[in-house]
Design a protein around this ligand. Sequence first.
Ligand code: TRP
Length: 448
Amino acid sequence: MERESFKSSFGLFAAAVGSAVGLGNIWRFPYITGKHGGAAFLIIYLICVAAIGIPVMLAEFIIGREGRKSAINSFKEIAPNSKWYLSGVLGVLAGFLILSFYSVIAGWTLEYLIKAITNEFAGKDVNAISNMFTEFTSHPVRPIIWQFIILAFTAYIVGNGIEKGIEKYSSILIPALIIIIIILDIRALTLPGSKEGLSFLFKPDFSKVNGKVIFAALGHSFFSLSLGAGTMITYGSYIKEGENLGRATVNIALADTLIALLAGIAIFPVVFAFGIAPNSGPGLVFITLPNVFPKLPGGYLFAVLFFLLLSLAAITSTISMLESVVAYVIDKFNIDRKKATFISISLVFIVGIFASLSNGPMANVPFFGRTFLDFLDYVTANYLMTIGSMISIIFVGWKLDRSMVKKQITNNGILDVGYLSLYDFVARFITPILIIIVFISSIKGLGV
Ligand code: TRP
């Protein structure tokens, strides 16, 4: 049977941007930027995207389009009788684990969308809003129901396949998401305190920068671009021969970064307009913002659109995590897509339940010193994805035949690209060395 593919360039773009743009951009990026000193972090993040994220994404697309299989089997296809496929194993595992906890938080966004619609933030003080969050997230059942709904949506779309599922829905949701975020930006930028918020985001404070901050920027660039988790390899395997991989990669990375910035522009002016510290951490969008929405002119609509944005962004990402797992299950067990989807999502849900419970009934059951959800987040974002990305870039830089890399980047000599030898050099030396330096310095806790 012929492998499915993304039918149009826009479909590929929408699907990959859908994967990349998620809670990472709208929830995680603003709060870690807040925590690590605003613009200084942003600059380091941009360097990570350019010097590490883009080369790794291109490497993953190359592996996928050359192997034309799931993340694990693409390695097996290109480098038979070797251990490279273990990188794919790590990747699919990472995709699975990320989906298990990501779906919990994605579920929260739906609860908050309903809260916004029913105007539940109105008339509550800071404590009430913060209790509302703790009560909900620690509830033994409610978050799990929302998580189930997210997973069911995700499975429905993935079960319909690449063109009729992932491509179709991403092509609708991504433009919708961009329109929503622009409306939110306009509201935020016309607030009295907006200048301060913007200067926080765009004026660097380098005193906060150390090895850990750089590592956080690196980890976040992998997370935000969906790298090192089999996803982009899997999507690469659905890219048609005629697509320009280099151009697609740059466009996707730019769009992802731009949308993260637009999210920051929507959030920080609001935060500053109400004199709140920008470094409130993960609670930023679930506590800080709901607290100010009712005081904001037009705040009701802002709140509804904001949580709609979060939910949509989350779903286009969960799709891509599931696809990485499903593609592997199809390859491995040779079963049809619907069955593979059902099996995968059921397993994810089982692990995911524990991730959800770790905010409530199981909060006191430590998992290597953290709650289970935090542990999954920490291990995947900081280790699995870093290692997976490292292996992808080394595979393309050192193992793959140069003619194969050239074939993929130039579409068999049809495209005249000027960056072929630059890419070779970056993929062999720059990106791996940067990843190693950042990795070691953060483990040793060195201030760089
Ligand atoms: N990039 C998404 C975000 O920013 C998260 C994500 C989607 C992801 N698919 C992934 C992360 C695969 C790692 C691997 O929210």
